[in-house]
Design a protein around this ligand. Structure first.
Ligand code: NAG
Ligand code: NAG
Ligand code: NAG
Ligand code: NAG
Length: 284
């Protein structure tokens, strides 16, 4: 009962959930560029690929299904796709609803929010099994987003080495008062060769909170804003000392670009290394 792998509320054509090769060319050319807003009023939430995903689920409380509403940071990776930390429902999953919003400075979290149900498909990479740490899911929009000065795309990291190689990272998520925002982070070493990587807030007491929200880590790679990591675990109170927690854990997104490509049609060019192999292979 605990394993919600994929659910589709509106899946008419498999093809409509992926972008085409032409659309992917467009995504690869434009992602990560011009993604900061110029308007100073929006300064707190400057990045146009950053959205708040809302979800509502029902838990049984004194025998009654009782609604709970949450929000989590998501990132626009194509006009049809939003990447986000995975959420696995443990019961009453048929009552789970999703919605999203662009991040607006004055927008307060609204527990009574009306849900418009904008997604046609929810894909949880590797499902909900606890045996792996791949905490990522992809929401497919029924109607593609119009890209403009307020709505942009983030690129996907094309190398697992980007994580430790880039000192200046931004982690998007909820601050201690529950507002969506972003904070400066830097990478720190984690044990072992797992899909997980670690980071820490540059200002010790001022990180992103691990309530229901998690976060996503970004940095500029070749002058484009690039999604490096999806939040896995961290601190409840946003600080990196009180609870003895010294780092947050993220999924290294670059490790799953093939899965993302299969699920969405958003395919980064990983071929620079493969091409060399193919060429030398064919010469032999
Ligand atoms: C992006 O910004 C650059 C300069 O910052 C500008 O020349 C270019 O036209 C912009 N592109 C789009 C699609 O807005
Ligand atoms: C927001 O964007 C403006 C214009 O690009 C920039 O001057 C400002 O520093 C940015 N603010 C933050 C907090 O990144
Ligand atoms: C992606 O899809 C291709 C073609 O269906 C398949 O061969 C490959 O194993 C898939 N890759 C992953 C990582 O799922
Ligand atoms: C990642 O992309 C950049 C810019 O497009 C390129 O220079 C670099 O070689 C790529 N890295 C890999 C591992 O493909």
């Amino acid at each position: 009962m605990k394993f919600l792998v994929i659910f589709c509320s509106f899946l008419l054509f498999g093809a409509c959930t992926k972008i085409t090769a032409e659309e992917n060319d467009f995504v690869q050319k434009t992602c990560g560029l011009n993604v900061t807003k110029q308007d100073p009023i929006t300064e707190r939430k400057n990045y146009t690929f950053f959205v708040a995903v809302y979800f509502r689920t029902h838990f049984m409380h004194r025998g009654e299904p009782t609604p709970y509403t949450y929000t989590m940071p998501g990132v626009i990776i194509s006009p049809k796709h939003i990447a986000i930390q995975k959420y696995c429902e443990s019961n009453h999953r048929q009552l789970l609803k999703f919605d999203f919003d662009f991040i607006l400075i004055d927008k307060k979290f609204d527990a009574a929010r009306k849900f418009v149900d904008p997604f046609s498909k929810i894909t949880i990479l590797f499902g909900c099994s606890n045996a792996n740490h791949v905490k990522m899911m992809i929401l497919t929009l029924k109607k593609p987003l119009q890209l403009n000065k307020d709505v942009g795309l983030a690129c996907l990291s094309n190398s697992t080495k980007n994580w430790l190689g880039i000192y200046d990272q931004l982690v998007f998520g909820a601050d201690v008062s529950g507002f969506m925002t972003y904070k400066d982070y830097f990478p720190v070493a984690c044990a072992g060769d797992t899909p997980l990587v670690c980071g820490r807030a540059a200002f010790f007491e001022d990180g992103i909170c691990n309530k229901d929200t998690g976060g996503c880590s970004f940095a500029e790679v070749n002058k484009r804003m690039t999604l490096l990591g999806i939040f896995v675990s961290g601190t409840i109170d946003c600080a990196f000392s009180s609870a003895g927690i010294t780092r947050s854990v993220f999924l290294n997104v670059a490790r799953y670009t093939e899965e993302i490509c299969n699920a969405t049609g958003v395919c980064i060019n990983l071929d620079s290394t493969k091409l060399v192999t193919t060429t030398s292979g064919s010469k032999e």
